[in-house]
Write a protein that binds this ligand. Sequence first.
Ligand code: HOZ
Length: 425
Amino acid sequence: MRYQRSSALFAEAKKYIPGGVNSPVRAFKAVGGEPIFVKEAKGAYLYDADGHQYIDYISSWGPLLFGHAHEPVLKAVIEKAKKGTSFGIPTEIETELAKLAVSMVPNIDKIRFVNSGTEACMSAVRLARGYTGKDKIIKFSGCYHGHSDSFLIQAGSGAVTFGSPNSPGVTQGTAKDTLLANYNDLEGVKALVQANAGEIAAIILEPVAGNMGCIIPEDTFIKGLRELCTQEDILLLFDEVMTGFRLAKGGAQEALGIDADIVMFGKVIGGGLPVGAFAARSEIMAHLAPEGPVYQAGTLSGNPLAMSAGLAMLTEIDQHPEVFESLAKKTAFLHEGIAEVLTEKGVEHQINRFGSMVSVHFCDDQVVDFASSAKGNNESFKKYFHGMLDQGIYLPPSAFESYFLNDALSYSDLAKTLEAVRAVF
Ligand code: HOZ
């Protein structure tokens, strides 16, 4: 049996961990079968417990821009670990990473480090509410901003994969302050703003969505949101957990040419260790404790190990900005190759791509929001996913997730991937 050891490890894990995993999408429920267990990874490749090699297209869901176990990051973490892993007392490296991040991202003066994207988004909304003195927020169906209560309302990613976009445990009281709109539907947002005049603190979105597949914002939509927020004294929050330091040095703000009011980070900023962050202009960040009254804290926030990984990763990006063009070219090569095979085989499909994010949808109509993404044929997706897995290609195990390419991928890896697609169909 090809996955014998992984299967045994999964059976053992299920005895002690709910569903055998610590994050639901990993359990393969959306695609059937059982997850592979990873033993190690290097560069573009994962190795499972049964000794198989995989070309990896999720890169730990985004952070690993240069591939697994990238030497400069490893070296920084190992050296730092020898000097202690957490103090709960300030360290110089926090300022070094903050200074570098602020220099790379447009339109931010100060940044606060936390431990995950969930924490970053949760804290950013609290800051937006504290700053504006208003309670309600607008989010978009299919956008995922982590698993804090206010966001588990028509959430994307794992939540929708498991049919629980509105999670039990989120109270009506919390849910009533989260208003829902459809991605790329500016008129819908304007109507919500009008119906709740003077009550909306923030509009939060993934500026390029990656939790309902990869969805690209229309120009009029994203510019319209910016104008609307400015007119109505609403803060525009960009959840750049996936896009930050991945689409460009300055993330989606730079790639789209739009200024957000608060920007949230995760993934790349931690170089593969648990780091999240939120950032804004000084005037907004001044409302955060201990400078201001909006409370937020954490024992492991800014811990030296995570900061050293983040600093090594952002330094690499700062010194090698050509990585973005290289990644975009590789992603375009993959996109065009998959499209060619699927067209030739008569398989209906849509492929969305922005920079190094891409997703394949098995449907005919353009995929521009959650409703159109949900129309994808999941049976075709399952066949595609497992067929690729059996040939050593690891894709996201849900049709609602984006691929994240890393620059360790070679053109020969990409060509091998395209051969696998041809074999599956
Ligand atoms: N749904 C998460 C990515 N969008 C998956 C996270 C994980 O399982 O690690």
